[in-house]
Design a protein around this ligand. Structure first.
Ligand code: FCB
Length: 494
């Protein structure tokens, strides 16, 4: 529906609480301000446009967006089932009932990956398949699907990267305790994470706890245009945000307790990335501080174990309630940080107390088929760069990047998505620049393997490398799939 507008607003809204606040700028407060990027890496210099040997090229999907089979093998309903079946919530009243039928066609889909040459696949596990009641009795048949998928990936030489929460909250938790409004959900999420870790980490070595606080919280619990469609007032909303990051921390601890030694844990966050409007030292410093401040409620508290002064000042009486122990759990050490990066937020230095100002996009600013997806390739340079420098993160993945295009098959049946190729070439050029500068990005997961259920946009916006004919479930590689295959084979931008 108005997903695009709202997502566009989101970049502003998410940070709004912390922006323009007359409190202490983070620069002085951060103990992590020392430049670390070049020094931490120690890679050999690499050729222009080339990526280092072993760079992990991948692709990504998420359970509700591709699986279908919503009533099979004991799966319980999720908030997205309920939301999409509520008339008027999703474009054309589309649902994920069938989606890409990936639940039944996963073997075919693994072959699509193989023909691209990807080394890794990021998928998500549907919590209500594993715990139909959210907690309590597990449903082993639900986890079996992921056992089959993981085995199939490994048999084809593709490394599985699993996300535990890509927005399909068991409906029962929303009904019983208000979902993320309650600490019970955080606790249940930790238990579910431990259960999965115990059973998959013999084969899955990278686990993401949560995908994009910055989307499902803001859109689902504040603005109400994603499931569960709730519009909480500020105090309750900030508490829900807090319960979300607490759930992440509990999951990290449960995975460490139950997973095989050597399991790596992180998250996949769509941090709002401040991009310096001009690459001068002053604007760069402002963009870095903006990134720290506008992500205060999610990535910053996770990485620093404290809410910024500016966030607490901005939220005032509506600030979340928490204990020091909560903060300790939230900041449980991570092995890597995954970044979902699409559009920039341009920033300039400013003489006000925060030291930065957001530069709004003019009406003529170009975007892809989704109106929220403003094109700014430099964001793929600055996102990982800020994460490495602000928090001294030694292992970073781009866990999502890609774009929607108004893909229409040509007379010969092919999809010539030259705009997606343009988008990818330019973004990857900036990613290569980051890697060449020593930013420790280890891999890139292109969103998405194939067209799928794009949340409130239903099936109207296509993000896939493969065109999906939803009537026949036929998958057709687009021009961008050929492009990506060549990039992977050459390990350089082409
Ligand atoms: C991200 C979501 C992903 C997909 C892309 C286009 O925010 O994580 O599921 O919808 O956007």
């Amino acid at each position: 529906m108005s997903d695009q507008i709202t997502r566009r607003q989101f970049a502003k809204l998410a940070g709004a609480a912390a922006l323009g606040v007359g409190a202490t700028s983070g620069a002085a407060a951060s103990p992590l301000a020392a430049p670390v990027v070049r020094e931490t890496v120690g890679r050999q210099p690499i050729e222009p446009r080339a990526f280092p040997a072993g760079f992990l090229w991948g692709t990504a999907t998420a359970s509700y967006q591709v699986e279908g089979a919503v009533a099979e093998d004991g799966r319980g309903p999720s908030v997205w089932d309920t939301f999409s079946h509520t008339p008027g919530k999703v474009m054309n009243n589309a649902t994920g009932d069938v989606a890409d039928d990936h639940y039944h066609r996963y073997k075919t889909d693994v072959q699509l990956m193989k023909s691209l040459g990807v080394k890794a696949y990021r998928f998500s596990i549907a919590w209500p398949r594993v715990f139909p009641q959210g907690s309590g009795a597990p449903n082993p048949k639900g986890l079996d699907f992921y056992n089959r998928l993981v085995d199939e990936l490994l048999a084809n030489g593709i490394e599985p990267f699993a996300t535990l929460y890509h927005w399909d909250l068991p409906q029962v938790l929303q009904d019983r305790v208000g979902g993320w409004e309650s600490r019970e959900t955080a606790q249940a999420f930790g238990d579910y994470a431990g259960y999965v870790a115990e059973r998959l980490t013999d084969r899955v070595h990278h686990i993401f706890t949560i995908n994009e606080f910055g989307a499902f919280m803001e859109l689902g619990y504040r603005i109400g245009i994603h499931a569960p469609g709730v519009k909480l007032p500020p105090g309750r909303f900030n508490q829900a945000r807090h319960n979300g990051v607490l759930g992440h921390g509990l999951a990290v601890q449960a995975i460490r307790a139950k997973g095989k030694p050597g399991t790596k844990v992180g998250l996949a966050e769509n941090l709002v990335v401040g991009v310096p409007v001009i690459e001068t030292p002053a604007h760069i410093a402002a963009a870095e501080q903006a990134t720290r401040q506008v992500n205060a409620q999610y990535l910053t508290v996770i990485m620093e174990g404290k809410y910024t002064d500016a966030y607490l000042a901005a939220t005032g009486a509506d600030a979340p309630h928490f204990t020091p122990e909560d903060l300790r759990v939230i900041a449980s050490p991570l092995d890597f940080v995954g970044t979902n990066i699409y559009q920039p937020m341009f920033v300039r230095a400013d003489s006000g107390p925060s030291g930065f100002a957001v530069v709004p996009n003019p009406a003529s600013y170009p975007h892809m088929a989704s109106p929220w997806l403003f094109i700014g390739p430099e964001v793929l340079y600055w996102g990982p760069h800020h994460v490495a420098k602000l928090w001294n993160v030694p292992e970073i993945y781009v866990t999502e990047n890609g774009c929607s295009s108004s893909d229409i098959p040509a007379a010969d049946g092919q999809v010539y998505d030259s705009d997606r190729v343009m988008f990818l070439r330019n973004y990857l050029t900036q990613l290569q620049r980051a890697v060449a500068d020593g930013v420790p990005v280890q891999g890139y997961f292109l969103w998405s393997l194939m067209d799928n259920f794009e949340w409130a946009d239903g099936y109207t916006n296509r993000f896939g490398l493969h065109y999906v004919d939803y009537a026949t479930q036929q998958r057709t590689p687009k021009l961008s799939a050929a492009f990506y295959r060549e990039v992977i084979a050459a390990n350089r931008v082409l």
